[in-house]
Design a protein around this ligand. Structure first.
Ligand SMILES: [Zn+2]
Length: 415
């Protein structure tokens, strides 16, 4: 890295101005934003982003999935593109930092590179991926760009077919277009994203930047314990085959297993239904959903085994029948080791503290894992809050993140 490069910084006032303007679209009056994909507020934010891109003299690009980008090209022909970005949509009544910070930082990086007349070996593109949060189809813009979207995926959107097709029409998009948004692998050099942590680890440790090592993988099951319905007043505690006791014991055991043997993992029983479901009948059956996550493939499988062993033990202990049905398994997505190193080197240049951590939440980066090298950094979330209006990151931390992104772009694109 030349001295000129390592001295470069983003313009904090310009980035704050853009960030605050963006936060007006769908503002809920309590610090949050309501910008579900293809809502009026979301479409207005997209239009504003396009005006920002064109007003700054960048080439504006839109693909069939509605992904918007600012493109900054350099002199050599046939060079690859380094993507930087995140998403402008929000969950219903969400926060103003999730996604928006990454897009505004990406645009600010391009503005800084352009105004300094820097010539890089990779083209840069600041991209807003459509519908990261899954109002219609989770990660659909990035999946479409990666070529992972198939016609059958469009048949069962979360929002229902009617809302989905109406939303596409409002945005001027078509299903055909979505399926044709794929970019060729050969054209992409990598994808970098700045995001808020959405957890408390950085704040708790007093660390400036989290370099993401992986996006966790997960497994999930639908399970049932079957016991026997009995009179809840006249059947003694010893005589019961109580399915409810089985699930209660398993929930506590799962917590203990994770905290004792898998400290960087999580497990959750998020839904429990008792049947017949009355205060005076011993539960004959309980249906429940289990999900668990890990940043490491081998560990995910060990955690799976440990939880299965425990649920079988509880069935035996309480005299219950057990039924288990796997719902899905998604392996962890690893970030590029080279990009992680570049992020860490950038933190050193900027004298910022950093640590590596796994992301427990999904992000657009994972769509691109088999297309190009991917990398992500997190900045601290105050009190870990996210997907809520009280979501907040100190502006100094946002600027630190943007400068790490800038320095890393200069490293990766000048090698
Ligand atoms: Zn996000």
């Amino acid at each position: 890295m030349t001295e000129l490069f390592s001295a470069l910084r983003v313009n904090p006032d310009r980035m704050l101005g853009a960030f605050n303007q963006l936060a007006l679209f769908g503002a809920t009056g309590d610090g949050g934003v309501n910008r579900p994909t293809f809502s009026e507020a979301h479409l207005a934010a997209r239009k504003w982003f396009r005006e920002q891109i064109e007003g700054s003299g960048f080439e504006f690009k839109i693909d069939g999935a509605g992904n918007h980008s600012a493109v900054l090209t350099f002199e050599r022909s046939n060079i690859k593109t380094l993507l930087l970005g995140s998403h402008l949509d929000s969950v219903p009544k969400g926060g103003r930092f999730d996604g928006a910070l990454g897009v505004m930082a990406a645009l600010e990086v391009l503005r800084t590179v352009k105004e300094n007349g820097i010539n890089l070996k990779l083209n840069l593109e600041a991209i807003d991926f459509t519908d990261e949060e899954g109002t219609h189809l989770s990660l659909f813009g990035s999946s479409a760009l990666a070529g992972h979207l198939h016609p059958e995926d469009l048949q069962n959107p979360y929002s229902g077919r009617e809302n989905f097709t109406a939303g596409l029409a409002r945005a001027g998009l078509t299903e055909d277009g979505l399926l044709r948004a794929k970019r060729e692998k050969e054209s992409l050099a990598g994808y970098l994203e700045l995001h808020i942590e959405q957890g408390k680890r950085l704040e708790r440790a007093g660390i400036d930047i989290g370099v993401v090592s992986a996006i966790v993988g997960y497994g999930s099951y639908r399970m049932s314990f079957m016991g026997r319905a009995d009179h809840a007043g006249s059947t003694t505690m010893e005589d019961r085959l109580d399915a409810g006791q089985g699930v209660a014991a398993f929930i506590l055991a799962a917590r203990e297993i994770v905290m004792r043997d898998f400290p960087n993992c999580v497990a959750n029983v998020g839904k429990v239904e008792f049947a017949p479901g009355a205060s005076n009948i011993v539960p004959a059956r309980v249906d429940f959903l289990l999900e668990f996550r890990s940043p490491n493939e081998a560990q995910l499988s060990m955690l799976d085994d440990a939880l299965m062993k425990s649920v079988h033990q509880k069935a035996t202990q309480f005299g219950l029948q057990l039924r288990t049905e796997p719902l899905g398994k998604h392996l962890p997505n690893l970030m590029s080791a080279n990009i992680q190193q570049a992020f860490q080197d950038s933190c050193s240049t900027l004298r910022l503290s950093s640590t590596t951590l796994a992301s427990g939440a999904i992000h657009d980066a994972q769509s691109l894992v088999d297309v190009c090298p991917i990398g992500m950094i997190f900045v601290p979330s105050v009190d870990g809050a996210s997907h809520a209006p009280r979501e907040f990151t100190n502006w100094e931390d946002c600027i630190n993140g943007a400068n790490v992104l800038l320095q890393t772009v200069l490293r990766v694109a000048s090698e």
